[in-house]
Design a protein around this ligand. Structure first.
Ligand code: ADP
Length: 500
């Protein structure tokens, strides 16, 4: 091949090419190398300080030593070699290159020339270091996540767990793969599982934070209380990409609170007993009246029958009165028993809005048959309360039915029963049930046992509702609405973070 053709090839190859004599003295560089480095051939000529000197003009200072070392080894071994290095370009910036250097031997096998070509690998190198930096960053984050004094997890938008930190696995003793198959059935306490499942579905549907307190099973089979908080991460369009959550162990705090609560419960038990005594006195009074009448009529009947001749008509009349009064007394007893149907209070963590929903389903037909609309204003994401579901349902149902009764006016304009739930301060939930009915004069009178203005009423509903609410450390009161109707409000304490 002719010399200028060779030159053309060497100059147009996509790399920095050069040749040197056996001891490293520069013989030839391609024009690309000169253009890249902004040097001319003289700049790269040896100045007598050593064969590798010329490279030091263009190499990165940190790469010179390794270049010289490799070069010396290569000269000694007379074998091809490769090295990665940075070259300073004419604009004083550096790029990464990979140099491949080949020896060419003469007839006796001695190295006669070195040919080198350096290919630009800067983009790859940068990508590599970005990747390494990202991996490093991830590793560090992972370390932080594992060091946090909490269980950290994430889940898909569909609610399937897809990440857990080491602490989670240490607590449950199972891998993520195993955990995600049966986390609700196996790792949440059976008494909390339903509540947790419902709250999790609700959070995902409403796309609002998930906030529950529940018991989680540990590797030794025992349960500890955890406070779980999770929030969705969204993309720019607002779609949920992931849920990120933490479970913080609140068991120790819960145990202390439990002890405190037991003391409080003992104290409030004393006032409960007083309330029950008051109720019992009212009930006894209500029953003793018809009983006294029964006894009096029984005596009278006995007299009419013992007369000579017996007055059967009178005896029959008094016997009928006995039946009437006896039935009335039995009625009082059976209705009171119905009101106290479930005296064994079973408390669990409850979502008040859920209970309100259940009551609404219960009274919906009654409301629509009276042309009353039920409007709700329920604050989302309310924390749970610790209460007896049936008793709280009973309170709300009683207040709702009283509201419906108070609006039971034939041919009036359409009426509305409003039910509202909200948080009232850090520890309390507040529920208002408001109607557009007749209202009342005396706001305290309505709570008295056996006070009723209804034909078939017994006047025990509000007394018992107040008793239930107070037994839950809450308050129940009534207010007259400005325009018309009444509002019954009750407060219930939020389950403390510990939850029991
Ligand atoms: P009952 O419903 O059997 O009468 P309650 O204790 O529930 O027993 O109610 C007592 C009385 O309080 C009622 O008879 C009624 O006069 C009054 N009352 C209760 N709720 C309302 C209301 N929302 N509006 C007007 N009056 C009410």
């Amino acid at each position: 091949m002719r010399d200028d053709a060779t030159r053309l090839i060497v100059d147009s190859m996509p790399g920095l090419a050069w040749s040197a004599s056996a001891d490293g003295t520069l013989i030839l560089v391609n024009s690309r190398l000169l253009v890249y480095t902004g040097k001319n051939t003289q700049d790269l000529e040896p100045d007598g300080s050593g064969p590798s000197f010329w490279w030091t003009h263009v190499l990165h200072g940190d790469d010179v030593a390794s270049w010289i070392a490799a070069w010396s080894r290569a000269v000694e071994a007379a074998l091809p070699w490769e090295i990665e290095h940075r070259i300073r370009q004419s604009d004083d910036t550096y790029r990464w290159y990979r140099a491949s250097i080949q020896p060419v031997r003469d007839g006796d096998g001695r190295v006669h020339r070195w040919y080198g070509v350096s290919i630009d690998i800067d983009d790859g190198k940068r990508a590599e270091s970005t990747l390494a930096a990202a991996e490093d960053c991830l590793r560090r984050r992972e370390q932080v996540l594992d060091a946090l004094p909490a269980i950290v997890w994430s889940a898909t938008p569909e609610g399937e767990p897809n990440y857990q930190n080491q602490r989670a696995m240490r607590y449950t003793g199972v891998s993520l793969a195993e955990f995600k198959l049966e986390w609700q059935d196996r790792f949440i306490h059976p008494d909390d599982a339903g509540m947790v499942a419902r709250a999790w579905i609700r959070a995902r549907k409403s796309e609002l934070p998930f906030d529950v307190v529940s018991r989680h099973r540990g590797v030794d089979g025992s349960f500890r209380w955890f406070h779980t908080l999770a929030e969705p991460l969204r993309d720019e369009a607002g779609r949920i990409l992931q849920w990120f959550g933490v479970d913080v162990d609140v068991d120790d705090r819960t145990t202390t609170e439990e002890a405190l609560r037991t003391t409080q419960a003992k104290l409030s038990r004393a006032s409960e007993i007083a309330m029950v005594a008051e109720l019992a006195a009212s009930i006894a009074h209500e029953i003793s009246q018809p009983l006294a009448a029964v006894v009096a009529n029984a005596h009278a009947s006995h007299r009419w029958m013992s007369a000579d001749p017996p007055n059967l008509d009178r005896a029959k009349l008094t016997a009928e009165r006995i039946i009437r009064d006896g039935t009335a007394a039995a009625e009082v007893v059976s209705r009171i028993r119905a009101l106290f149907k479930r005296s064994d209070s079973k408390r669990a963590l409850l979502d008040i809005n859920e209970v309100i929903g259940e009551v609404i389903r219960l009274v919906a037909d009654e409301a629509s048959s009276r042309s009353v609309g039920i409007v709700t204003d329920l604050e989302v994401g309310l924390p749970p309360m610790l209460a007896d579901r049936v008793q709280v349902q009973q309170v709300i149902a009683n207040l709702a039915r009283n509201g419906l009764d108070a609006m039971n006016v034939v041919d009036g304009p359409a009426k509305v029963l409003s039910i509202r739930s909200r948080r009232d301060g850090p520890d309390t939930l507040l529920i208002d049930i408001s109607d557009e009915g007749t209202g009342f004069e005396n706001v305290e009178r309505v709570f008295e046992p056996f006070f009723t203005t209804k034909e078939n009423g017994m006047g025990m509903g509000l007394a018992i509702a107040r008793w239930i609410v107070e037994a839950h450390q809450g308050r129940l009161w009534a207010t007259r609405n400005t325009l018309r109707g009444a509002t019954f409000s009750f407060s219930l304490p939020i389950a403390s973070r510990g939850g029991s």
